[in-house]
Design a protein around this ligand. Structure first.
Ligand SMILES: C[S@@+](CC[C@H](N)C(=O)[O-])C[C@H]1O[C@@H](n2cnc3c(N)ncnc32)[C@H](O)[C@@H]1O
Length: 397
């Protein structure tokens, strides 16, 4: 008789961050849509029988928590009791517990959080020897507080208290993005190019995750610039091909990848190739997918006069259209790619996107649809920026 295998389905909660739609699209690309659902503002819940691996490869979601309990909204009156029981369960009472609280989607000031924190501490001290509460400066603990106080370690806890429309979710953090590690591979690179703008490594990871599958692939960046996408693609375990119209940029990419290999653990068997060439006409060596930030046009602090702006938009349209035409003859039907193209914030705060976005089908591509998201609105734009990036996840038709 076959033994019955029981799987324990666990729930994991991702904090999606400021650009929540883009982060969610990335998670759908990595984990699939079936077991992943948005939860209130800025969160998503994954049901899985495995703890998500390689969270360091996820660019958009900055925190992962697990083992949630779901409360009624009026349980808030009893929150310190509930949270102290939650923290205590599974902990060794002879060891010190350090804990902290982060509260989401609720108007509350840090003083009130302190009060709850100290009530929890008092309750915990009835059953355990030693306990420390990490005080909040804000509603949410920051990454340094979580890492420095080792709150993701076994006998400690950061408890996330998340309000949605009907419930309160309580969950403990198991992963937090390490900002210092991102900074080390961003700001310490020997070759940088401030003129073309800096692609944040986290956004490069998102683009790569939206273009790749969970296996080693050969990732092409046809506008490689200083090589941020190439760098992240290698760190994520992929072979790389980088090309750029500007030979100096190709040299920068080569130099940065050489540097990366001296500073970070990279699989020595990974292959890399660099070429100088115009993305509109070049013939690339064999690749599996494309992850790229195309030319974004002139860096802008304001939208210029009509004539000037129309020319910027027209040039960008023309370049990306002929790049996509060149690419379509070199990529197999059904293959997925992800490209970041320019989009602009207009003075009235609306977003100007490129005309080609409405003609992708004529160009030989389908825009990938994502559950509960508008695929045409995946726009990465910091509040102080005029030139943003529109992410297009495409399949070759
Ligand atoms: C926004 S930058 C990309 C920056 C890059 N993500 C990085 O990590 O530095 C765009 C790049 O496209 C290149 N470029 C512009 N026109 C091109 C073309 N027709 N073909 C290929 N590359 C081009 C520029 O030289 C520039 O390096």
């Amino acid at each position: 008789m076959l033994a019955k295998v029981l799987l324990r389905i666990m729930k994991f909660i991702f904090n999606l961050g400021r650009q929540s739609d883009i982060s969610l699209a990335e998670l759908y690309s990595v984990f699939g849509e079936q077991n992943l659902n948005p939860l209130s503002n800025n969160f998503a819940v994954l049901e899985s029988d495995n703890i998500p691996e390689n969270m360091e490869k996820i660019g958009g979601s900055y925190k992962l928590s697990m083992d949630p309990i779901i409360l009624e909204l009026n349980d808030w009156d009893n929150i310190s009791n509930i949270v102290s029981e939650y923290i205590k369960s599974g902990k060794d009472p002879s060891k010190k517990i350090t804990f902290g609280l982060s509260i989401y989607n609720k108007e509350i000031n840090p003083k009130e959080i302190h009060k709850i924190g100290f009530q929890i501490k008092k309750r915990l001290l009835k059953d355990i020897n030693s306990c420390r509460y990490v005080e909040n400066k804000d509603k949410e603990l920051n990454s340094a507080q979580i890492i420095n106080n080792k709150l993701t370690k076994a006998n400690n806890a950061e408890v996330n208290i998340i309000f949605d429309k009907n419930n309160i979710w309580i969950a403990k953090t198991i992963f937090i993005q390490n900002i210092t590690r991102y900074a080390a591979r961003d700001f310490n690179r020997p070759f940088r190019d401030t003129k073309n703008g800096m692609l944040p490594p986290k956004l490069a990871q998102i683009i790569i995750n939206m273009a790749t599958e969970d296996k080693r692939m050969t990732v092409l960046d046809p506008f490689c610039g200083t090589g941020v996408v190439l760098q992240e693609a290698m760190l994520m375990g992929n072979n790389i091909i980088g090309s750029d119209l500007n030979p100096r940029m190709v040299d920068y990419s080569i130099g940065n990848i050489k540097w990366l290999k001296t500073r970070f653990k990279i699989d020595q068997s990974l292959k890399k190739e660099f070429l100088v060439g115009d993305a509109q006409v070049i013939k690339w060596p064999h690749f599996d997918t494309v992850a790229t930030e195309t030319n974004l046009g002139a860096p802008l602090t304001n939208i210029p006069d009509r004539l000037h702006f129309d020319k910027i938009v027209k040039d960008a349209n023309r370049l990306i259209e002929s790049f996509l035409k060149n690419l379509r003859n070199q990529i197999d039907v059904g293959k997925r790619i992800c490209i970041a193209i320019p989009a602009w914030k207009l003075p009235n705060n609306s977003i100007k996107t490129l005309g080609i976005v409405d003609h992708l089908s004529d160009l030989g591509y389908n825009l990938i649809e994502f559950k509960e998201l508008n695929s045409q609105e995946l726009i990465y734009l910091r509040p102080d920026q005029v030139v943003g990036r529109q992410l297009l996840a495409l399949t070759r038709k």
